[in-house]
Design a protein around this ligand. Structure first.
Ligand code: PRX
Length: 632
């Protein structure tokens, strides 16, 4: 029996049990709901020690046939993407499945005409405009591997990603609207490409009608090429395990990791979770506020919804423009049924008061979702009361870029919800908690490091160009287990609450930031000798960044702080800027010279009473001064 759509607690329990007892049968029954050129020979082969993971091996398919073509007969005139622009007076654009088909095919033909073929890497650096979703799908149509870079990243962060996976073509725009501002995306691309000699082509979508320069023989306006292209493009037949996309995520050390997701397993899992976590029904309008530059946008704006024939809203703007009622205005206007956002947005909107949501009709809402970081109780209740009016279940969905889809969540109206608890694993997901000695904790009520014991279809298969790093990061801390990097606790009923990262990744406004690349950026300042970044609690952002900096020479100043933040903006992007910078004489270090971030974290969070034993430090004397000069 297929459990593709779970509608009761009993069904959830049964599906979960089957998925653990007989995973191959379970997932093949789910996979039967899709269109295949050829079905699989084996459902699953895996070995976590290598690690090697193959799902649906031998199967052949194209994900865009599943996301677009197979809906054309019944849903040709249904809205697939509902584009809501930055400026409300511009009016929304409804793109039907038929129109999406034609536009994706045209874009795919443009890429082909530029010489892009199966396996080539294409970088998308675009605002949240239809061309972004269309380019994603056009790459998938021809088997090119897309790598979307969030358009808030700087030129050097963009260049690093382009170089890491050898992209040869970039799609961008003449600029982006962001609230009342515009951003010069093409200028950023031009700067990035100074370091990327292998990029042969830039295609430029027109969005803000800015005057930009096109480099002859390399840069082309996109629209004239689209105008000439055919509306039919035969889908490339892909193997189940052919890469679909690369998406970069921060690590605690080193450069960003290009997580590689493959075709069949990703499709099956993102579609299955979309259907069940949001309980999407045929006439519903679904809206996820994420950017397609992040995994949430990949799985739950583009692939998951479209694989289910859904109407997916794509919003270009920000929650505060033209005013703080913008989200609720969109919900009212498009009668949104499922709404999926991040705790940082909820906190920022809650701060503006209930008058904003109260001014709009939110009665269409059925399910509310949250993702990206732990949601605090206060924000959860505000969301529940002011937005859901006490009537909408909230799904607190825990997952990661590496996972491809939601792993732990409640099912709305079906399984239990408790504020701040992600609650239960999706079918196919086998979480466990590990103790300090590396043993699995068998008691139900416990806290520890969160691992997953068994593969699911959309787990990333490798890090682009660095399989050893993939193994070391995720599969070496605990034998035969995927280590998430998160800590969690499990209550007496077996429900999970995610408590946060246990490594040097800090989640700021829902964005994953590694400390190492930020420290590297700061250390490039000629007057900086050393730096250490830690997170501290922040009312809206969840966490904010606190930097401790030692200088080569002289005293710290406001000017120096500005220079440091400018460097970070330039090397990574404004999202990684520091809220506080404290100049210190030294940083606390272990005898082997490692910076003790644990102590700095406590100081930044004003928990100096519980520093623990600092006498074993190489330089305990610096701690007192750091505490004295702490920035409040
Ligand atoms: O720490 C967890 C946190 O976000 C991390 C993954 O970040 P990223 O790869 O950027 O993906 C975010 C969107 C899928 C996790 O390791 N996180 C994500 N969702 C939750 C969460 N923490 C608590 N509760 C959540 N619902």
């Amino acid at each position: 029996m297929s459990h593709y759509h779970i509608t009761s607690k009993e069904q959830y329990k049964q599906a979960y049990q089957e998925s653990v007892e007989n995973p191959e049968e379970f997932w093949s029954s789910i996979a039967e709901n899709f269109q295949w050129n050829k079905k699989w020979d084996t459902v699953l082969n895996f070995d976590f020690s290598k690690p090697e993971i193959n799902w649906f091996q031998g199967a052949k398919l194209n994900i865009t046939e599943n996301c677009i073509d197979r809906h054309l007969f019944e849903r040709g005139n249904k809205t697939a993407l509902l584009f809501e622009p930055n400026n409300p007076s511009e009016g929304a654009e409804h793109i039907t499945y038929q129109q999406l088909h034609d536009r994706v095919c045209k874009m795919a033909n443009v890429l082909k005409n530029q010489g892009i073929k199966k396996g080539d890497r294409v970088c998308l650096y675009l605002p949240m405009i239809p061309e972004l979703a269309i380019s994603v799908l056009a790459c998938a149509r021809i088997g090119a591997i897309h790598t979307v870079v969030f358009a808030g990243f700087s030129a050097s962060a963009l260049a690093a990603r382009i170089l890491d996976c050898d992209c040869t073509l970039v799609i961008t725009s003449d600029g982006a609207f962001r609230g009342s501002k515009t951003i010069d995306l093409k200028g950023i691309v031009d700067k990035a490409l100074k370091d990327c000699p292998d990029v042969k082509t830039i295609l430029v979508a027109k969005r803000i009608y800015a005057e930009i320069t096109l480099t002859e023989g390399r840069d082309y306006w996109l629209q004239p090429l689209l105008d000439k292209a055919e509306t039919i493009c035969k889908p490339e037949v892909m193997d189940a395990e052919d890469p679909l996309f690369i998406l970069y995520t921060s690590g605690s050390t080193g450069k960003p990791k290009g997580m590689v997701h493959t075709t069949a397993g990703y499709m099956v899992y993102s579609a299955f979770t979309f259907k069940n976590v949001f309980q999407y029904e045929e006439e519903d309008v679904y809206w996820c506020t994420a950017d397609i530059g992040w995994i949430t946008g990949h799985s739950y704006i583009v692939y998951g919804p479209l694989a289910n024939g859904a109407t997916s809203v794509m919003f270009e703007g920000v929650p505060s423009h033209p005013d703080y009622g913008r989200f609720w205005d969109i919900v009212e206007k498009h009668k949104v049924n499922q709404f999926y956002t991040a705790p940082t947005a909820i906190r920022a909107l809650a701060k503006q008061g209930a008058k904003w949501p109260k001014s709009y009709d939110l009665s269409s809402l059925k399910v509310l979702g949250t993702v990206g970081e732990p949601i605090n109780e206060e924000a959860w209740h505000w969301y529940d009361e002011q937005i859901g009016k006490g009537n909408c279940p909230i799904v607190d969905t825990w997952w990661q870029t590496e996972n491809g889809g939601i792993l732990i969540t409640s099912l709305p109206g079906i399984t239990r919800q408790i504020p701040t608890y992600a609650t239960l694993p999706m079918p196919g997901i086998q979480p466990c908690l590990m103790d300090e000695k590396g043993e699995e904790i068998t008691t139900t009520e416990a806290s520890g490091k969160l691992c997953i014991k068994f593969p699911w279809p959309s787990i990333a298969r490798t890090i682009w160009g660095n399989h050893d790093r993939y193994r070391d990061t995720y599969f070496s801390a605990f034998k035969n287990k995927y280590f998430t990097g998160d800590g969690a606790l499990r209550n007496a009923e077996g429900l999970y609450r995610i408590t946060g990262r246990v490594d040097d990744v800090i989640i700021v406004s829902g964005h994953n930031l590694g400390t190492a690349p930020i420290e590297d950026a700061i250390d490039e300042h000629p007057n900086v000798s050393e730096s250490a970044i830690v997170g501290f609690p922040h009312d809206i952002k969840g966490n904010a960044l606190y930097g401790f900096v030692t200088l080569v020479d002289g005293e710290g100043s406001e000017k120096l702080k500005k220079e440091i933040n400018n460097l970070i903006s330039e090397k990574i992007g404004p999202i990684a800027k520091l809220d506080k910078i404290q100049f210190t004489e030294g940083l606390p270090k272990t005898r082997s010279g490692k910076i003790m971030r644990r102590i700095l974290r406590k100081i930044a969070s004003n928990e100096t009473d519980s520093l623990g034993d600092i006498s074993t430090l190489l330089n305990p004397e610096v701690v007192e001064n750091i505490i004295k000069e702490r920035l409040s």
